[in-house]
Design a binder for this molecule. Structure first.
Ligand code: NAD
Length: 234
């Protein structure tokens, strides 16, 4: 009997209890910054210094955070479940990999990577970026940017994600408000292919009614107990 194939979509709520701010919650990142200024190609063209400062701050904050019980439970699920488990994350932090997850797709890019707009190369990056940062490959300056997907840009790995959604038996969405497409549409896609769909979130998300099952509570509580249930523990 083949083991169920699982796709897990994660969002900012998963990392909230590690100390990283979410976007749309009260006090979240978009209550302090206008996303058009710091998370669009137009914002970067208009004021690259501000955009670099925004991501430099987030990169520095990231150095102090650790994966929480929910990240660890998902890594355990991948290790112990006999079928395929893939995590598709909207998060640009590196907490899934720090927890030990391997089969991971960063659809919105990665905070700890830089992209050269001149030659297209990407580089592991933990330092600040500025207008004067030189590309380690082509040597030009003025073109380095965080390797993150901004509003108006196409998310990464959409072909691979589409294949995983069409083949999954279970789709689980964790800590995401369901506002940002295409990720917000994955539940309908997985459901149309016959998957069981589950939302794990602090509160009902924008798309809660699309899920067959919803469990609400903090990720560090609901995710470990859901993983325990899947692995047959309780
Ligand atoms: P969000 O802030 O919109 O939603 C977070 C969700 O997590 C909320 O529904 C909230 O109720 C829930 N939550 C909060 N604390 C929780 C906890 N402890 N446990 C469980 N759930 C909790 O974040 P999102 O849905 O991830 O936003 C979608 C994406 O928009 C982001 O991941 C981000 O990638 C993205 N975006 C960001 C940029 C950028 O900054 N460059 C650019 C484009 C898109």
């Amino acid at each position: 009997m083949p083991q169920p194939s699982i796709v897990i979509l994660t969002g900012a709520g998963l990392s909230a209890e590690s100390g990283l701010a979410t976007f749309r919650d009260k006090g979240g990142i978009w209550s302090k910054y206008d996303y058009r200024d710091v998370a669009t190609p137009q914002g970067f063209a208009k004021n690259p210094k501000l955009v670099h400062e925004f991501y430099n701050m987030r990169r520095r904050d990231h150095a102090a955070v650790k994966p929480n019980a929910a990240h660890l439970a998902l890594a355990r699920l991948e290790r112990e479940h006999a079928g395929n488990v893939v995590i598709v994350t909207q998060n640009i932090d590196a907490l899934h990999e720090a927890a030990g997850s391997k089969n991971l797709i960063h659809m919105h890019g990665e905070l700890l990577k830089a992209l050269c707009q001149h030659c297209g190369s990407t580089h592991a990056w933990t330092e600040d970026l500025s207008l004067f940062t030189q590309c380690p490959r082509c040597g030009s300056d003025g073109g380095m940017r965080p390797d993150v997907v901004w509003f108006g840009e196409r998310p990464y790995h959409m072909g691979e994600i589409g294949k995983a959604l069409s083949a999954c038996d279970l789709f689980v969405s964790i800590g995401t408000s369901g506002h940002v497409y295409p990720a917000a549409g994955f539940v309908a896609e997985a459901s149309a292919y016959g998957a069981h769909t589950v939302e794990l979130n602090l509160e009902p998300s924008e798309g809660a009614s699309y899920f067959a099952e919803c469990i609400h509570g903090p990720a560090t509580e609901v995710v470990p107990s859901f993983v325990e249930r899947l692995l047959g523990g309780t």
